[in-house]
Design a protein around this ligand. Sequence first.
Ligand code: GLN
Ligand code: ZN
Length: 723
Amino acid sequence: MRSVSDDFPVSTVLGYPRIGPDRELKHALEAYWDGRAGRDHLERVGRRLRADTWRRLAELGLDGLPSNTFSFYDQVLDTAMLVDAVPDRYRECADPYFAMARGVDGVAPLRMTKWFDTNYHYLVPEIGPRTRFRAVADKPLAEVREARELGHETRPVLVGPVTFLRLAQAAPGSPDGFTPVDRLDDLLDVYVRLLSLLAAEGVGWVQLDEPILVTDGGSPAVRHAYRRLAGHPRRPKLLVASYFGDIADALPALAVTSVEAVALDLTHGVPEDVELLRGRTVVAGVVSGREVWRTDLDRARALMAAAGATRVSSSCSLLHVPYSLRGEDILPGRLAFAEEKVAEIVALAALGPKAAPGAVDTGGTAVTGAGSRRRPDTGVTERSAYAVRAAAQRDLNLPTLPVTTIGSFPQTAEVRAARQAFAAGRSSREEYESLIEREIGRAVALQERLGIDVLVHGEPERNDMVQYFAEHLDGFAVTRNGWVQSYGSRCTRPPILHGDVRRPAPITVRWATYAQSLTGRPVKGMLTGPVTIVAWSFVRADRPLRDVTMQVADAVREEVRDLEAAGIRVIQVDEPALRELLPLRKGDQDEYLAWAVAAYRHATGGAGDATQIHTHLCYSNAADVSAAIDALDADVTSIESARSGTGVPGFGRGLGPGVYDIHSPRIPSRAEITARLQRALRTIPAERLWVNPDCGLKTRTYEQVEEALTNVVAAAGAVRASM
Ligand code: GLN
Ligand code: ZN
């Protein structure tokens, strides 16, 4: 048995935010993309952010500083560049890196998808049988040198080879049966070379991130990869880092290799066979990189003791939390963002492990206290059968193939500026609200003029579909500057759900009824569903997520009933994040889907039969959730399908497969929309087919919306006439 490598730092983090405390990277990227600033400016901002991060981590007393955790866009994309896995179509582009990330004229970007169960999105590498791996880019080495010049010795972080290949997709044109993992040995050649280059530079430790161990730990690829890498004579010591769950299945595989250290995400409990790691350094991920709550130091020390760990770290990269609490005045004493978490890690390393007296709770997230307090139920949850509801809704007098939109209309710079002025106290409520009414009037007038059948108010009062509701519900706090990277330059500011959720007053009724007062056509009320609200928030850890979601569902339910009472006949409750909370392990998915569906049905189940409930999801061909989408039991479901066909098979109620892709500024022609509708009619009967774009119009301009919707209405008319 090898001896413990006791030169591993006592305190470290697996990664750190990189967008900049004031989103400096976002602004620099956008200036570069728009041609307002050159590449040198972008490079300068990157260098400054890296320098500031290392300096700050050192100031906070952190012992082991990571490097190569910075990225101009995404660490998986960086890895593809590092091993030269650049598909041919980008090689001639002026800037292949950003072409892969964002596409350029006529060249589509790489596909983007969620990084495990987080809200961070990575770019999906394309690997084929002929991809030629080579160690080309020198980013890890360059960052090591850059840090050294600033006086810091760092541990470069690389996406591990197994995770990289498992997250890749087969390049177009690959033969049947090919999977990127088939190329493991070729990729390992490159990793071996990179490791020897780093060793030659005198680097002591390298971190290989393998979150795939959580879902795929038992695969032979893991053992093979780490036998080869660790068996190579000229290499730095290896820290294999796993996170986002328990890696019990991977422990036997790692145990037969000679990797020197393993970082475990102990926020999901201590793996049963942790003894298998004896003789190695165990790095205890006891400070959660996913939550924003202060760490219970006693429990963390007990977890360290149970795992036999003397080294402390974050459970995963701190990329998923905001930079710091500086400038925030919410929830005093309860929160920890990245900087505060680093201070906790340093403190825990100084305190060391301590077995708790008596039985230690070393299971997953502690759930303490009584169940969440819910209001007494307000009426039945189950609505009548669809046929009964459809009959009761007939007096909405909608034509066949009714045309509607998904909710938001363009958010003008004027509206955004007015919202900021109002929030900062620079304008009165009256001024702000009259501007919102003007915007609603503009959206309603446009929809009437175009001949849309079910209108929307356009959501001008909302900064964001979750934050807006969080600001109007008790139990949520919102930050001033708590930005978290979602992808590339895109950041979100997740609200913090910290207590029992209550709706002190109606939220949307004022705007929906104002819009309805302007038109004789039905206006659709617009709400965000309970699952999406919790999925895009930081949630309390002291209650099971299902209970928290149910409380939010109570609040949405009250809003549905108030809209109905105010005369709104059509109400849409969006659940675009239904799939985001799907557990990583297959075995846990059914239970989640059951409560997620129950929460949605609770939120909408107070509506009478004559009220038409719509829902919207931003995808359709997700086999793992299509049964759940059906089970939501909405009267009408609109889905993204502009890129993926007509979606949900065997769906027995109203369905609006998006007729064009709103994410692109391109105007869809009347002919192509007509063709799409005709195709949809092959699988969906005319009396249940709806006509709508595939998502909200918030990111488009009024000119684009007017042109596109003109074609949508004309196409619906043409198809109706031909029936
Ligand atoms: N109603 C929202 C909108 O139109 C839906 C957004 C979404 O699906 N993400 O903006
Ligand atoms: Zn959508």
